[in-house]
Each structure stands twice: as structure tokens, then as C-alpha cells.
Design a protein around this ligand. Structure first.
Ligand code: FAD
Length: 481
């Protein structure tokens, strides 16, 4: 390509980066943005394949997710992307016969009371009957209905907010283990504004979190109107051939229009005279580009942009490491009915695993007939000693826990261990302000360099796609002006 052709570079080929490239290419081909002039878009990814945290494998007829396994159906950007790629018929929902979830308490599995949304009760009768919470704990949670709202606009921790509204027992025994699946974090350190701003909005609008959550449930039918009929009744949705098929769909859609490079690591992004940006690669190569979207984890982005003093604000965002141990079994080795999607393990219950998904019960496409797939999760904030353990130790601890809790003692058919080091960003209290400060400094120094992705404004796959799309819109807007 000629040096005169504007060149835009996306750094990081996870779901955020690929979505950014896909939507930027779409926007740039619209003549009102590019004026019909040629342009070039590159995605540079340091690992040998695209997808970032998303990684599906197929083994012996099983569809195995090593990273994320599904997404919230009501969040539009990923469904819109599936439609944009012509993949909407590949979406699949959870097994309607395995809707139960359990929580461990006192070495036993207790059914999670129906009607909990993100751990907040929306049906009081099942909540009042649960053995998970003491009578005093239930009374304390019900006080949410009468407690006044707090008139503050400052950020606070998710844990302090939930303890203030529902009490410590509900927080520790239900909400925290549920939210641990999303952030693996310490709720007393996570920012309310950056993780669940809707909780604060509910308190402000309805005074009570429970009443606010009940009111929001009324919109559920409206929220699912955009879904293909086959998945309309499912809270969680995935792709029949696994989430990596979305990555493949994106890569295939861009194969002839975008310069897609893997095995290429960027070491710095610097401003140069003349308004261009210099991207420096690990092998010493340099490229001058006309716009950049950085979508790496924030600790990497901080390194790439270290010429900015505010980069230290990005470097301070902590990431938790997690592992999962996936095991296959014969159905005959499972001594119970497979009518649940899995169970959660609160802290201080004396187990290593933080949760277990009965994957083949939750997703009917995940295992061949007569086989069962289980996935055990390890690692969360305050439980970060596991990276020093060998795979054999991880497997043995996971097997000990499922033997104790589920009575499964059979030898697994196969085991897959996945280590996801520094993979779960922990938005600290004040996160939004710190990010805004960083972006202000970045815009002043490098107006056509944008940063986005899971470390910024939402970790879920739909949030990452939304952020990628927003960055594409922003860059297209900057290019046009
Ligand atoms: P990443 O996927 O981290 O992609 C960033 C990319 O940048 C990587 O590919 C990396 O190799 C590349 N990179 C880094 N440095 C450089 C460099 N210097 N040069 C070039 N490239 C670089 N979300 C859900 O919605 N549902 C779930 O079920 C779910 N489960 C999860 C389970 C686990 C175990 C984890 C870890 C996350 C889960 N998430 C889930 C969250 C979701 O998967 C992630 O937030 C999302 O995939 C992050 O996408 P991303 O593109 O922002 O970042």
C-alpha cells in the first residue's frame, strides 16, 4: 500500500479489537466517512491466534470453553453483531430443564431461591423460605424495603453498598459468590459505579434495591424482543459451535478487507510530529499510522503508552488470575439428576473451587449422548496462591471438592486445565474518574489514539463489543473532521 493511504491500527485481537476493526471497516466503506478514498486497517495481535480470552476446543465430540462460556442475552451489542455476521441462527440458549443453581453452605448444596436477579430477591416468598440465610439475615435484607436512600453521588464499593442495603449475610452468602463469577473480585474493593451502576440508579429512583429490581423485571419481555425466537426465553446465550465461532466469523468477514496479523507484539505507541502516531513492534520494526485503537489489558496499555504520566493510572488496575479444571465423565458415574446448571462456593466454606458448572446439563450441545462435562473454577481475590500449584494439584483439589459436594469419585475420561493469568480486571472505587483523567491526557497528547476494552467500561462480552464499536465510531468521527 502507498504511504499516502490513511492507515488505522487496532492493537489487540480479542473480542474488543476485532469488533472495533469490523465496525471501523464498515464505517469507512460508507462514502460519507471516507469520501470514497482508499484506507487501510490493521489488527495486530501478539499471540498466535485471535480471540483473546475466548478459546473453544472440540474434543471427542465435546464443545469445551476454556474462557468465557456464554453471555447475557438481554445485552444487545453481541446479538446485533451475530446478525451483522449472519450468525443469528447459530445462537443457542440454556437447557430449560436445568435452570436450578445451588450455593454451598455448611458443606451442603442449597438451592438458590427462585427470583434472585444478580443475587437481589425479586420474589419474597422463596427468599423467606431459603435455608441459606438465617431469620435475622432475612429480616435485615427486608429492611431494604424501608431504609431511606443515601443521597450521594460519589463512588463507593459494591460491597459497602450491598451491605448497606441488604446486610452482610445476603452479601456474603449469595451476592458475592454470584458476582465472583463475573469479577472474581473483592466486593469491598470493586467500584459500584463501574460494575453495577444500575444498583445505585435503582436506589435513587425506587429508594429500595429490591423494589427497583422488581420494577426492572417488568421490562424483561421488551428486552428480549431483539432475540431470535429460539433463544428468547434464555437468560444466557452462546453459539452452538462455541464462542470461538464468533471470533472465526469476525475474522472471516474481514479476511479480504483488513490486514490481520498474529504473532506481532507492540511495545510502544508514541506521538510524532505531523499528527501521525508511531507504533513500535517487539522486533524493532516501526510503522507510522493515522489512528490507533488500543484494546489490550490495561497493564499492557500502560506500558505501550508509558510516555504519558497518567499511564500509571492504568497500571494500577489490578487483574486477578483464575484457572479452570474441565472434566468429562460417563453419565453412569454421576450419582444425581442433572437438572441444575451448577453451584457456587462462597469464601470461607473450606473448598478450593469457587464454582462448578454442570456444563453438559446447562448446554445440551456441549457433550455427546451419555457423557457429562463439568467445569470447576479456581481463584478469586484473596485466593491467589493457586498459580504456584501444578496442574496435577489443581486437578486433585477440584476432584476432592466435587467428590465431597457431588459424590463424584469416578476417574474422569479426560481433563483440561486452563490458566488465565491476570485475566479479570478489578475496577477500583474511583475507576471512572481515573479513566477519564487518563483519557483527557491521552487526547491532549495523541488525539487519534484511543484506548478501550475489558479493563475500561465493562468486562462482559457484549460490553467489550459495545466498547469496540464505540471506539470505531469515535475514530471514524475524528478521521472525518
Ligand atoms: P482480551 O480478550 O484480553 O484481548 C486483548 C488482546 O490483546 C489479547 O488477545 C492479547 O494477546 C492482546 N495483546 C496484549 N498485549 C499486546 C501487545 N503488546 N501487542 C499486541 N497484542 C497484545 N464474559 C462474558 O460475557 N461471559 C462469560 O461467560 C465470561 N466468562 C469469563 C471467564 C473467564 C475465565 C474470563 C477470564 C473472562 C470471562 N468473561 C466473560 C469476560 C470476557 O471474556 C472478557 O472480558 C473479554 O473476552 C475481554 O476481551 P478484550 O478483547 O477486551 O480483551
Amino acid at each position: 500500500m502507498s504511504n499516502n493511504v490513511p492507515h488505522y491500527m487496532i492493537i489487540g485481537g480479542g473480542i474488543t479489537g476485532l469488533s472495533a476493526a469490523f465496525y471501523l471497516e464498515k464505517l469507512m466503506t460508507e462514502t460519507e466517512v471516507s469520501g470514497g478514498a482508499p484506507f487501510r486497517i490493521s489488527v495486530v495481535e501478539k499471540s498466535p491466534s485471535f480471540g483473546g480470552k475466548i478459546h473453544t476446543i472440540e474434543r471427542d465430540g465435546f464443545v469445551i470453553e476454556k474462557g468465557p462460556d456464554s453471555f447475557l442475552a438481554r445485552k444487545r451489542p453481541i446479538i446485533d453483531l451475530a446478525y451483522d455476521l449472519g450468525m443469528e441462527n447459530e445462537l443457542t440458549g440454556t437447557n430449560p430443564k436445568a435452570k436450578k443453581t445451588y450455593i454451598v453452605r455448611g458443606r451442603k448444596l442449597h438451592r438458590m431461591p427462585p427470583g434472585l436477579v444478580l443475587g437481589i430477591p425479586t420474589q419474597m416468598t422463596p427468599f423467606m423460605k431459603t435455608g441459606l440465610i438465617s431469620p435475622l439475615g432475612k429480616l435485615r435484607a427486608a429492611m431494604d424495603l424501608i431504609k431511606p436512600k443515601r443521597d450521594v453521588t460519589d463512588d463507593e464499593s459494591l460491597g459497602h453498598f450491598l451491605e448497606r442495603r441488604l446486610g452482610k449475610e445476603v452479601l456474603e452468602r449469595i451476592v458475592e459468590p454470584l458476582l465472583a463469577g463475573i469479577y472474581a473480585g473483592d466486593t469491598y474493593k470493586l467500584s459500584l459505579k463501574s460494575t453495577f451502576p444500575q444498583f445505585r440508579a435503582m436506589e435513587q429512583k425506587n429508594r429500595s434495591l429490591i423494589l427497583g429490581m422488581m420494577a426492572s423485571r417488568k421490562n424483561v419481555t421488551e428486552e428480549s424482543a431483539h432475540l431470535p425466537a429460539a433463544v428468547r426465553n434464555s437468560v444466557f446465550v452462546t453459539f452452538k459451535r462455541g464462542l470461538e465461532s464468533l471470533v472465526t466469523g469476525l475474522v472471516d468477514a474481514m479476511r479480504t478487507t483488513v490486514d490481520l496479523r498474529t504473532g506481532v507484539s507492540v511495545v510502544s505507541v508514541c506521538s510524532v510530529d505531523g499528527g501521525q502516531t508511531e507504533v513500535v513492534f517487539e522486533d524493532g520494526q516501526r510503522e507510522l499510522v493515522d489512528g490507533v485503537i488500543v484494546t489490550t489489558p490495561t497493564y499492557q496499555a500502560a506500558r505501550l503508552l508509558s510516555e504519558l504520566p497518567a499511564a500509571n493510572k492504568l497500571a494500577k488496575i489490578d487483574y486477578i488470575s483464575v484457572a479452570n479444571v474441565i472434566m468429562s465423565f460417563d453419565r453412569k458415574d454421576i450419582p444425581f439428576e442433572l437438572d441444575a446448571s451448577g453451584f457456587l462456593v462462597p469464601k470461607h466454606e473450606g473448598y478450593t473451587i469457587t464454582a462448578c458448572t454442570l456444563t453438559s446439563a446447562k448446554w445440551l450441545h456441549a457433550a455427546p449422548e451419555g457423557k457429562v462435562l463439568l467445569r470447576c473454577y479456581i481463584g478469586r481475590s484473596g485466593e491467589q496462591e493457586w498459580p504456584a500449584w501444578s496442574d496435577e494439584q489443581l486437578i486433585s483439589k477440584a476432584r476432592h471438592d466435587i467428590a465431597d459436594l457431588l459424590g463424584i469419585t469416578a476417574e474422569p475420561g479426560f481433563v483440561e486445565v486452563t490458566r488465565l493469568m491476570h485475566s479479570m480486571p478489578q475496577y477500583p472505587v474511583g475507576h471512572l474518574e481515573a479513566i477519564a483523567d487518563f483519557k483527557k491526557e491521552l487526547t491532549a497528547a495523541m488525539p487519534r489514539v484511543l484506548v478501550t476494552g475489558a479493563g475500561f467500561h465493562g468486562v462482559g462480552l457484549p460490553d467489550c463489543i459495545r466498547q469496540g464499536k464505540e471506539a470505531a465510531n469515535q475514530l471514524a468521527g475524528l478521521v472525518q473532521t
